[in-house]
Design a protein around this ligand. Structure first.
Ligand code: 16G
Length: 241
């Protein structure tokens, strides 16, 4: 840890340096998912910093979903994928932050005219050109989700611009979403979805619809996703009024 903390000397705040150092340790799989970190006391002693600082760094990583804490047992590298639902991040970013290797296998990556249902959902006029992506999303060899995205061709004129990450392609066009509305629903995965996700038919899943917008209110994506219920925890921080 000391070596890793010294890797980012530009960061003046010790707890942020430690947070980055632990992120690097997780990224490099130096501690495997499900395994424990040294205790707060051990970390504080060996680094010569206060326990308050260690606690602050760990709390930030728990909030990011990289670590979990069990009362009395300590701090562990998260095994399930804990995803904050209040941040507008992409699948690729979520997985990279956990040191996993995001990948897509496409069934469809083409351009066409918007269907009446899509036009309604996206508030587009009939005849508008849209790019359609239909893919299975993987972490390495493990399938985690199925996604069907529709993007107006005005934001993404050519489907082949999406190599693996939709948001990277949109960002390169200056069309990275700034705001989104999302709906989550519990579902039993159909035989077809279960087969693609390597789970038994009827397993629990989360059906998620996301509509994302630019600052000027134009819609940039309408995505329907089916995430595996046995892998994902969706978490949010709630504030009283
Ligand atoms: C996430 C989003 C999805 C978005 C995708 C982009 C959820 C539930 N869905 O999977 O709406 O299209 O990320 O990821 O989080 P990408 O940039 O890796 O293609």
């Amino acid at each position: 840890y000391r070596r890793l903390c010294d890797e980012s000397p530009s960061q003046p705040l010790v707890y942020l340096r430690l947070r980055q150092a632990i992120r690097n340790v997780i990224d490099r799989r130096e501690i495997e998912p499900g395994h424990a970190l040294p205790s707060e006391r051990e970390l504080a002693q060996s680094l010569g910093i206060s326990r308050v600082t260690v606690r602050k760094a760990l709390a930030g990583l728990v909030e990011e979903g990289l670590l979990t804490q069990r009362h009395g047992a300590g701090t562990f590298v998260a095994e399930r994928i804990v995803k904050p639902i209040s941040r507008l991040t992409s699948f690729t970013e979520d997985l990279r932050a956990r040191g996993l290797n995001p990948r897509s296998e496409f069934f469809e990556r083409g351009i066409g005219e918007v269907t009446p249902e899509e036009a309604m959902a996206m508030n587009l006029s009939p005849g508008t050109a849209v790019v359609r992506l239909h893919r299975v999303r993987y972490a390495g060899d493990e399938p985690l989700a199925i996604e069907r995205s529709v993007v107006p061709a005005s934001a993404l004129p050519d489907p082949s611009l999406v190599r693996d990450s939709l948001y990277e392609a949109l960002e390169a066009r200056g069309c990275r979403p700034r705001r989104a509305l999302q709906r989550l629903r519990a579902v039993l995965l159909t035989a077809q979805h279960a087969h693609l996700l390597h789970v038994s038919p009827g397993s629990a899943g989360l059906a998620i619809e996301r509509r994302s917008f630019l600052d000027d209110g134009r819609i940039v994506e309408f995505t329907s996703s089916w995430y595996r219920g046995d892998v994902y925890d969706f978490v949010a921080e709630l504030h009283a009024e």
